[in-house]
Design a protein around this ligand. Structure first.
Ligand code: NCD
Length: 328
């Protein structure tokens, strides 16, 4: 694999291959000396056209732990602010021969566009608009692998509720693809404006996937019913920056109807763990009591972000070398 653009079309085996690579990287990250020479002499450019804390930092740490040279590009401080197009910016960067471009962009499809136009460089999607955020879903899965290590079916046959602004969430989309491949029961939970029923149909019969291999996808507009018996609740942030109209009457009302708190979890999903990709809007999509409490896997998610990105960076460079008949 030369690029990682999304998890749509990834098979269960692909997902486990990524997770197994990442597990080795977890071990490296736990050492006193957290550096291996795997990508020495390789150059990684982090092209971030949208705000990021966790994703950008963890891609940078991941590249450095593999001994690559890592360059961070921020759109506001570049010629993009002078009117340069995405393709021109990327072509200029490619002229400096980087091995990997990690891109975050507000336009869905931007990483695919670069991958199609920059043949000599591996492209990794760090979040494209409302479309996909594959490394986030992989780090979420790795966190669940660790949490459910003693469970007979591991991270398969789980009940996963994804709650909140599903419509605008790339994290939700990538997680849906992953969990359907794992055969999980995925419930999309939120108001009709943010979880339209058509979404479920569109996702349940994806191009190139055989429906028989997939888990179950359902839509639920009632929070209690949606999380009932869930093993995992993934909370999503309200993506106000992507909303061009009022999708909910007010954040207070949204929080009242769909906010995750300990009271509702105790009653409907007493055993569940809670995840959140960050940034968390405390008191809106989830209460502080839950996010700081014993069910929360949020800090482990962030730690695993480094390992997963190390695994992905290594895989795409190795994949590109293999394609060129070389070895790393
Ligand atoms: C998410 C993103 O940017 O898509 N955050 C992240 O990468 N950790 C989710 C969000 O912004 O709400």
């Amino acid at each position: 694999m030369k690029h990682l653009l999304g998890l749509e079309g990834a098979t269960k085996d692909d997902i486990y291959t990524f997770l197994n690579n990442s597990r080795e990287m977890v071990e490296i990250s736990s050492r006193e000396l957290k550096k291996v020479p795997a990508l020495r002499g390789k150059t990684i450019v982090n092209l971030f056209f949208e705000a990021s804390t966790r994703t950008r930092t963890s891609f940078e740490i991941a590249g450095k732990r593999l001994s690559a040279d890592v360059i961070n590009f921020s759109a506001s401080a570049s010629s993009v602010s002078k009117g340069e197009t995405l393709l021109d910016t990327a072509r200029n960067i490619q002229a400096m021969s980087p091995d990997v471009l990690v891109i975050r962009h507000s336009s869905s499809g931007a990483p695919h566009f670069l991958a199609a136009n920059l043949p000599q460089t591996s492209v990794v999607n760090a979040g494209d608009g409302m479309h996909e955020h594959p490394t986030q879903a992989l780090l979420d899965c790795l966190t669940l692998v660790q949490h459910f290590s003693k469970r007979q079916d591991g991270i398969e046959k789980l009940r996963v509720a994804i709650v909140g602004d599903v419509l605008h969430s790339r994290v939700a989309r990538s997680n849906v693809w992953a969990h359907l491949q794992l055969g999980n029961d995925v419930r999309l939970v939120g108001p009709t404006t943010l979880v339209p029923d058509a979404f479920a149909l569109e996702q349940a019969f994806p191009r190139g996937n055989k429906a028989a291999q997939l888990g179950k996808l359902s839509v639920q507009h009632d929070l209690a019913k949606g999380i009932e018996g869930a093993d995992v609740v993934i909370c999503l942030r309200m993506q106000l920056e992507r909303q061009n109209q009022h999708f909910v009457p007010s954040l207070e009302e949204y929080s009242h109807e769909y906010g995750i708190n300990e009271r509702i979890l105790k009653r409907y999903a007493p055993e569940c763990v809670v995840m959140h990709p960050g940034p968390v809007n405390r008191g809106i999509e989830v209460s502080s009591e839950v996010i700081d409490g014993p069910r929360s896997l949020v800090t482990t998610q962030v730690s695993n972000g480094v390992a997963v990105r190390m695994g992905v960076l290594f895989s795409v460079v190795a994949g590109r070398m293999e394609e060129a008949g070389k070895s790393l």
